[in-house]
Design a protein around this ligand. Structure first.
Ligand code: ACO
Length: 155
């Protein structure tokens, strides 16, 4: 797999993006303002992530997705590690990511990649999404925020 920026010639991998975030409006908004990176294999886009600057010190992975048939093979981890390197190289102090309380596998993956839990936005998914979301038999209500500090304190 090659990991590279989405180019003007590429189709926007909307199906992948909507797997990670069911809101077309939210996806379109961060696509317009963020950096989109794709994983390509044999000419097909099999993974994607979108980074959005939150402030000059902080960047957020707004969306990460791997095509279903490619999941569970380490591609998500490679994409997240790529995003962390990108954020470090660009000089950000913090990289953050958010996910639902019901996204058990994603919470495992992000912590394996070094993210720490830093906060909860209670009822985020109830307020911002029109339909109730269920995963793993759990209602997705709260947004869990995770971060990695990319610089040592005081540097
Ligand atoms: N329990 C424990 N560990 C898990 C679980 C689980 N349920 N699920 C995954 N993991 C671990 C794997 O074991 C693996 O660990 P290892 O490297 O130590 O073996 C690690 O997570 C990485 O797994 P990958 O194979 O790299 O992950 P994958 O390529 O399947 O991509 C992703 C993960 C992106 C979440 C993919 O499953 C996906 O596209 N899901 C649908 C979209 C989605 O939910 N995106 C995230 C929404 S939140 C957001 O976008 C900010």
């Amino acid at each position: 797999m090659i990991i590279r920026s989405l180019s003007a010639d590429d189709p926007i991998p909307m199906n992948l993006l909507l797997d990670a975030d069911p809101s077309v409006e939210m996806v379109e908004e961060y696509l317009a303002n963020g950096v989109t990176v794709v994983g390509e294999h044999d000419g097909n886009l099999i993974g994607v992530y979108v980074l959005l600057e939150i402030n000059p010190e902080t960047i957020e992975i707004m969306n990460i997705a791997v095509a279903e048939e490619w999941q569970g093979q380490g591609i998500g981890r490679q994409l997240i590690e790529h995003a962390i390197r990108f954020a470090k190289e660009k000089g950000y102090h913090v990289i953050r990511i958010g996910t639902g309380n019901s996204s058990v596998g994603q919470l495992a993956l992000y912590q394996k990649c070094g993210f720490r839990l830093v906060g909860i936005e209670t009822d985020f998914f109830v307020i911002h999404y029109p339909e109730p979301i269920f995963e793993n038999g759990i209602q997705c209500r709260d947004k869990i925020r995770l971060e990695i500090q990319l610089r040592e304190e005081g540097k």
